[in-house]
Every structure is written in structure tokens, then in C-alpha cells.
Ligand binder design. Structure first.
Ligand SMILES: NC(=O)c1ccc[n+]([C@@H]2O[C@H](COP(=O)([O-])OP(=O)(O)OC[C@H]3O[C@@H](n4cnc5c(N)ncnc54)[C@H](OP(=O)(O)O)[C@@H]3O)[C@@H](O)[C@H]2O)c1
Length: 302
């Protein structure tokens, strides 16, 4: 695999960003992290502040690619009006600022790989969706549509632009799985709602591999679903995680209790169903490391 270098990475301190930067450096890539506080003199980090429209363009000179992962956490905390505003503005303003800065560089980088999410598809019941499917409805779908649209200045300037619609990232380092591990280990894990909603997942290592595939292959552009081929229902996920941990999963969390505990997040993220197929990855020859849930969990959980 021939990766571009140097690569600028936003959201580099996050769960995905830190794993990606580690892997890129292991491949010999020069990484420039975009950070929101002024870097110390001599640091390879690059200052940007999306909320203030500030970015150190000079420090981006010479980059061959950018990976854009930054955004206010979607799953942490209740969706108050202020939190929703931060979820949207951090993505829309940050993507626009970065895309415009990349478009203005001379020479221009070749590729921008920008995060999006399977929230793009909304709640699709039992029907599988892929990159050719239209967007769904709701706050997350509208956020993803606006987020992806802000890459426009980069593709208008001739960069190859990839929007990775990321599924639920499985890692013991953070995110959804790390939150589930304690209750499940205590035997308190259970099906959410009726458990029929599909959950499209991807392991953290796989996601890093997918982003590197998108960086390295000129034939990859536009929307790419970053999910494993083996999406499962919440019931199957619950039973599989219980089996891997050797714990019972007899409880069920009713919808009303989820809504009381998590507000709008319950309907849009925990109860929404999206059986997402990784069609573009399969068409472009990506080889999955973790295609099947039980083996993936056995590998991910220490
Ligand atoms: N984890 C998942 O299951 C999942 C699923 C679908 C999509 N995604 C998307 O993938 C991307 C990376 O996910 P992740 O799990 O690594 O997220 P994360 O751990 O929450 O990290 C996101 C990073 O974004 C930056 N950030 C946080 N709040 C911000 C704000 N208000 N304005 C600008 N930047 C802000 C921070 O980096 P700095 O402090 O260094 O700037 C943070 O480390 C995100 O855009 C996320 O929405 C993740």
C-alpha cells in the first residue's frame, strides 16, 4: 500500500484519530495533527480553531492528504439544544474551514478523507441500504448531509474527496462497546427495545484500515460505508456479546426507559435501525480483517 505523506489529521486526539495517527506513523507517514490550542514552538502540530474560523494555512504547506475526524461527541451526554448546536456547528464549520484551506494550497493535496456517519441513512427498519440509497430523516441524517456537503470546496478545487460513513466503532478503548462492557460483565446487559433494530458496526482497527484504503487508492471517491459486512440486530449483538463475556443477557431495556435516560439520542442512535452494506469497499477490493461479529469481539475485548 502506497500512502501519501505528509498527511494532516483533525480530531487526532480522539479515539479514531489517535489510532489512525499511530498506524500512519508505523507506515512511515509524516503526520501533522491539527490541534485547537497553539502548539509549542518546534512542534509538528498545526493550529486551527474551527469555532473562530482560524487555521494556520502556512503550516499545511506540502501536505499530500488530509483526514478530517473532528467533531463534538455525538454519544456523550444528553442532546440539549446547545449540545445539538455544537454537534452540527463543529462539523459544518470545521469541514468548511478545512476544505477551503486545502483548496487554497499550492500545490494542492491529492485527497481529503472526511468522516461522516451511518446516521446519514436514518431509521430504515429491516431494509438494507448502501451508498446508492437516499438519506434518511431526523437530526443525525440532516447533520450528516450538511457535514458531507461542506467538503464541496475541496472537490471543486480538484481534490479526490471521500466521505466515510462510519458505523458503530468497536474498541475497548472507548465509544459504545467500552460503555457496554461494565454492565454486561455484571450480567446486566440486555436487549434495547424490541431488539429488532439493525446495528452496523466496525472495529477500530478495521476503520483505520478503511481510511488507509481510501487514502491509498485513487479509484475510491465519494461516499464509502465504513462498516463490516456482517451487520446484526441489537438482539444478535446482545446475545453475541454475552456469549463472548460468558455472562447472561436475560434483561431487556424497554423503549420508554431508554427515552427517559437518553432523550432524543435513544430514538436516533439506540433504537434506530440501519442495516448498512459496505458495497463501495467490496467493489474497490478492500479485504476485511474483522468481517464477523463474534470473532471481532473476541479479538477486541482483552
Ligand atoms: N466512534 C464512533 O462510533 C463513530 C461512529 C460514527 C462516526 N464517527 C465520527 O468519527 C469521527 C471520530 O470519532 P471519534 O470516536 O474518534 O471521536 P472522539 O473520540 O469524540 O474525538 C473527536 C475529536 O474531535 C475534536 N473535537 C471534539 N469536540 C470538538 C468541537 N466542539 N469542535 C471541534 N473539534 C472537536 C477533538 O479533537 P481535538 O481536541 O484534538 O481537536 C476530539 O478528540 C467523529 O467525527 C465522529 O462523529 C464516530
Amino acid at each position: 500500500m502506497s500512502l501519501p505523506s505528509p498527511i494532516a489529521v483533525t480530531g487526532a486526539t480522539g479515539m479514531v484519530g489517535s489510532a489512525l495517527c499511530r498506524s500512519l506513523r508505523d507506515h512511515g507517514v509524516e503526520v501533522r495533527r491539527l490541534v485547537r490550542s497553539r502548539p509549542a514552538p518546534g512542534s509538528s502540530d498545526v493550529y486551527w480553531k474551527p469555532s473562530a474560523g482560524e487555521i494556520d494555512r502556512d503550516a499545511l504547506a506540502g501536505i499530500e492528504a488530509a483526514v478530517h475526524l473532528a467533531g463534538e461527541s455525538i454519544a456523550a451526554g444528553r442532546w440539549t439544544a446547545a449540545k445539538k448546536e455544537r454537534i452540527v456547528s463543529s462539523r459544518v464549520d470545521g469541514t468548511r474551514l478545512l476544505s477551503q484551506a486545502l483548496a487554497a494550497l499550492d500545490p494542492k493535496p491529492r485527497v481529503l478523507v472526511s468522516a461522516s456517519a451511518i446516521g446519514f441513512y436514518g431509521d430504515r427498519g429491516q431494509h438494507p441500504v448502501d451508498e446508492n440509497s437516499p438519506p434518511g430523516a431526523g437530526f443525525l441524517a440532516e447533520t450528516c448531509i450538511a457535514w458531507e456537503a461542506e467538503t464541496r470546496p475541496a472537490w471543486e478545487a480538484g481534490l479526490r474527496v471521500v466521505q466515510t460513513r462510519i458505523g458503530v466503532v468497536l474498541s475497548d478503548q472507548g465509544g459504545a462497546l467500552a460503555k457496554m462492557l461494565t454492565p454486561f460483565k455484571l450480567g446486566l446487559g440486555g436487549v434495547l427495545g424490541d431488539g429488532r433494530q439493525y446495528m452496523s458496526w466496525v472495529t477500530l482497527d478495521e476503520l483505520v484500515g478503511v481510511i488507509e484504503h481510501c487514502l491509498a487508492n485513487d479509484g475510491v471517491h465519494g461516499a464509502v460505508n465504513a462498516v463490516a459486512p456482517g451487520a446484526v440486530t441489537n438482539r444478535e449483538f446482545t446475545k453475541t456479546l454475552g456469549r463472548v463475556l460468558g455472562r447472561p443477557t436475560v434483561l431487556a431495556v424497554p423503549k420508554f426507559a431508554l427515552r427517559a435516560a437518553a432523550g432524543d439520542l435513544a430514538d436516533e442512535a439506540l433504537l434506530a435501525s440501519a442495516c448498512v452494506r459496505p458495497t463501495r469497499l467490496q467493489e474497490t477490493g478492500y479485504e476485511f480483517r474483522d468481517p464477523e461479529l463474534e470473532l471481532a469481539l473476541l479479538r477486541v475485548i482483552p
